[in-house]
Design a protein around this ligand. Structure first.
Ligand code: COI
Length: 357
């Protein structure tokens, strides 16, 4: 797809955050956003970068009623020598099309999607923070815009990209988190939308997260929706366990989001000669491994937090502490390596980074 992107810069640029140490996650937005529209019969058109600001939508806009939408998340980093790097952006644009397919949303051109991200990041490059642990979080999303209340796929859509200078996802950074094993609610089932990055999955997760929070836990460990037996994800992240030297992560069978950080972790571990197995792992097996002294590390992986070690689990009142509630060596090495590649400090042997020029 070759489409021109028109650029209309703001006449009133806003103040950039003064203290990069206090950014938090997803709270501040840059001066501009990318937008394009879809109309059935015409396709995607009117690609433009415009000042960031509110949208005008009819109350009947379909996404507000039936949630037909998808989103992505990736990051841009400023390197020590002032270059700007994206991390595997084509993977996000490939995945948005997988989500699109599931949600009956028309696909976008992967290469054009990456070009749109680059063009927007270039316009707002001065917003990319460069303090340790910070980055520019990029949020592409697509939603149904027909003003209509019948339940059917929309004929029109908006694709928007916004940018948010961000610090760590969790206030404690990569400190281990307390996790509640969720036995009542489920996130997704095979045949549903678990593998798609669609807002409803996140809406469906809020109740469990809220109840876990009441009990003093930051997130939940999701079990499968059929037997409440097999481990699926942790919060909005994929999950890994190091058991007796081997790393195990739940296999992708339709209910789990195919994480790009997950894929990067698997590649890195294999390149280090670590045995990595993608398979079903039950919560019983995990607790047994712990009681036998074999559960060495547990961690979540995601774009926002990168690596988030699990320090404690509570499964129906049965609490276990993992690695003395400390960051494991493997978790730390993965975090350092991935963020090192992302920020240009380490050699990018896999060709994962893409420069914004
Ligand atoms: C992640 O990056 O791990 C996410 O799932 C993004 C989250 C903010 C929804």
């Amino acid at each position: 797809m070759s489409m021109q992107i028109s650029i209309n810069k703001t006449a009133t640029p806003r103040q950039k955050p003064a203290d990069p140490g206090k950014l938090g996650f997803g709270q501040i937005f840059t001066d501009h956003m990318f937008m394009m529209d879809y109309i059935e019969g015409k396709g995607w058109h009117n690609a433009r970068i415009v000042p960031y600001g509110p949208l005008t939508l009819e109350p009947s806009t379909m996404v507000l009623h039936y949630g037909q939408a998808v989103f992505e998340g990736l990051k841009a980093y400023k390197t020590g020598d002032g270059r700007v790097l994206l991390f595997r952006p084509e993977k996000n644009m490939e995945r948005i099309n997988v989500s699109n397919e599931r949600m009956c949303i028309p696909p976008i051109d992967v290469e054009f999607g990456v070009e749109a991200i680059k063009a927007l990041v270039k316009v707002d490059r001065d917003w990319i923070p460069d303090a340790e642990g910070t980055s520019l979080y990029i949020r592409p999303f697509i939603f149904a815009t027909d003003p209509y209340l019948g339940v059917r796929p929309s004929h029109t859509y908006s694709f928007i990209i916004i940018l948010s200078p961000s610090g760590p996802y969790y206030p404690g950074g990569i400190d281990p988190v307390k996790i509640y094993v969720e036995s009542k609610y489920v996130r997704a089932v095979k045949g549903g939308t678990g593998f798609a990055k669609t807002p409803g999955n996140y809406a469906a997760s809020l109740k469990a997260q809220a109840e876990a929070k009441e009990l003093g836990y930051i997130q939940v460990l999701w079990l499968d929706g059929v037997e409440r037996k097999y481990i699926e994800e942790v919060g909005s992240m994929n999950v890994f366990f190091k058991i007796n030297g081997e790393v195990i992560t739940p296999s992708l069978e339709g209910s789990i989001l195919p994480g790009i950080t997950r894929d990067s972790v698997i590649h890195l571990l294999k390149s280090w000669g670590v045995k990595v197995t993608e398979r079903r792992i039950s919560i019983e097996e995990l607790y047994r491994a712990h009681s036998e002294g074999k559960l060495e590390e547990a961690f979540g992986t995601g774009t926002a937090a990168v690596i988030s070690p699990i320090g404690e689990l509570n499964w129906s009142g049965n609490k276990i502490v993992i690695n003395n509630n400390r960051i494991g060596d493997m978790s730390q090495k993965l975090y350092d390596t991935i963020t090192g590649i992302q920020t240009g400090k380490l050699e990018d042997k896999f060709g994962w980074t893409v420069e914004v020029e």
